[in-house]
Write a protein that binds this ligand. Structure first.
Ligand SMILES: Nc1ncnc2c1ncn2[C@@H]1O[C@H](COP(=O)(O)OP(=O)(O)OP(=O)(O)O)[C@@H](O)[C@H]1O
Ligand SMILES: [Mg+2]
Length: 258
């Protein structure tokens, strides 16, 4: 194995009409890292996630994942390769129980995995019983095991957000991208999501997270990438980013993060 990054974003740009939402974005994420993407509202964070996960096409530039140029590849094919994202809004679950939602999430990787992933063995054919067992294990990891047979739509908002993470996790991601997993949560719930992300990362999953909660960002991240007006203005350790003048001017000036 070389030192090639798991994800390389190279000169990525996206326009919406006359608006340049992302301007020549370049950064890389190594296998095993936990990286946060921060920046003011409208900086382009969600757009960057959409381009990386394949929900939007770039105006120019490319996304290389596990050594593969993903240009033109549909989101579900990227997910099958282990590049999985969650959305800024909580998911809608219908009538399913929590554990059934997680089982459904595991089907994203219905085909034999190309790598030994989360709770999985390479090439293994997993029947529904073992999917159910694995789903319970994912719920346990996320602290939701006591809710397994609750109807997902009956769960309080905070637990629905965590369930969204569990569903994504069930697909055995190699790179898990989360867009504002603590949005709308109180301090206790945010702390618990932060601990879950830490645990997921400890299991070997590379984590890339858009986050506004600076306590979560600074406590959790190996590295922080800061976007402003569609450009990377900092890419460094939490401590250095916290002290960066350009970052403070663009963003952190609004927060009390002492
Ligand atoms: N589909 C779209 N069509 C037109 N403009 C868009 C579209 N999506 C995003 N934009 C614009 O692109 C810019 C970046 O938006 P984006 O949603 O990526 O920001 P963000 O950093 O995720 O912000 P927030 O912190 O509010 O979630 C904004 O000016 C936004 O209005
Ligand atoms: Mg956003």
């Amino acid at each position: 194995m070389t030192d090639a990054p798991l994800l390389a974003v190279q000169g990525l740009s996206r326009r919406f009409g006359g608006l340049v939402a992302l301007d020549d974005l370049t950064f890389a994420i190594r296998q095993g890292e936990l990286v946060s993407l921060i920046g003011p509202n409208g900086a382009g964070k969600t757009t960057a996630f959409n381009l990386i996960a394949g929900f939007l096409a770039p105006t120019s530039g490319r996304v290389v994942y596990a050594g593969r140029d993903l240009t033109g590849m549909a989101p579900h094919r990227r997910a099958r390769l282990g590049l999985v994202r969650t959305f800024q809004q909580a998911a809608v679950f219908g009538d399913q129980t929590a554990v059934d939602c997680v089982v459904a999430g595991s089907h994203v990787r219905a085909e034999a995995g190309i790598q030994a992933g989360f709770f999985g063995t390479p090439g293994a054919r997993r029947d529904e019983a073992s999917r159910y067992e694995a789903a319970l294990e994912v719920l346990r990891l996320c602290g939701l095991d006591s809710r397994a047979t609750s109807r997902a739509s009956d769960l309080p908002y905070g637990e629905q957000k965590v369930l969204g993470i569990a569903i994504a996790l069930a697909s055995r991601p190699r790179l898990l991208m989360l867009d504002e997993p603590t949005a709308g949560l109180n301090a206790v719930e945010s702390e618990s999501v932060s601990a879950i992300l830490d645990r997921i990362n400890e299991q070997g999953v590379t984590v890339f997270v858009v986050e506004h909660d600076m306590r979560v960002v600074m406590g959790l991240s190996d590295r922080v990438i800061v976007l402003d007006h569609g450009q990377v203005i900092a890419d460094d350790t939490p401590d250095r980013v916290r002290a960066d003048d350009a970052v403070i001017r663009a963003y952190l000036g609004d927060f009390d993060i002492a």
